[in-house]
Write a protein that binds this ligand. Structure first.
Ligand SMILES: CC(C)(COP(=O)(O)OP(=O)(O)OC[C@H]1O[C@@H](n2cnc3c(N)ncnc32)[C@H](O)[C@@H]1OP(=O)(O)O)[C@@H](O)C(=O)NCCC(=O)NCCS
Length: 143
């Protein structure tokens, strides 16, 4: 993700989430040396993005989303695959994420890429008090 993608990513986030991040949040992520973000584009349209933070040698996935009209074409999978490759190249030990218990689509995507449930956080999402499922994938170390 670069500065020129930020408008498109913020617009995509609005279309995908009830509580989207602000444009400013994505700009801040560009300046955050611990954050890594990728976008998928078709022409000048941002059709997907994903990102993670590196925290103490581990990766924490912040989000992944694909524009509704572009889903089920492998875009989300390719983004997640690219993210995993990058985390491995950085030598991170694992990737962790939180996902809403009801989000079967995302859980399926994560399972397909080797993530497993390792815990849950009760009533984690304040908008509807939904539980978060914590999923993790151990990465191949470089050493
Ligand atoms: C989750 C999301 C990113 C998947 O993107 P996508 O581009 O449609 O995903 P892909 O086409 O690459 O599909 C990859 C895998 O995800 C799973 N999947 C994707 N869409 C699915 C659906 N509608 N139903 C069931 N499984 C689905 C499948 O395992 C699929 O593999 P398969 O095609 O071999 O069955 C997309 O649905 C999205 O943006 N959802 C809203 C945002 C969101 O909930 N993000 C996760 C926050 S934690």
């Amino acid at each position: 993700m670069t500065e020129s993608d930020v408008d498109g990513v913020a617009e995509l986030d609005k279309q995908c989430f009830a509580k989207p991040w602000s444009r400013r949040s994505f700009e801040d992520e560009l300046k955050n040396s611990l954050a890594v973000y990728f976008v998928a584009s078709e022409g000048s349209t941002v059709i997907g993005y994903c990102g993670f933070w590196q925290v103490a040698g581990e990766g924490d996935i912040t989000n992944i989303a694909v524009l509704p009209g572009y889903r089920r074409r492998g875009v989300g999978g390719r983004l997640l695959g690219r993210l995993i490759d990058e985390a491995e190249a950085l030598g991170l030990g694992s990737l962790t994420l939180e996902v809403r218990r009801s989000n079967e689509t995302a859980k399926r995507l994560y399972r397909k890429y080797g993530f497993e449930q390792v815990g849950e956080r009760k009533r984690y999402y304040s908008d509807n008090n939904e539980d978060a499922i914590i999923m993790m994938k151990r990465l191949k170390t470089n050493g």
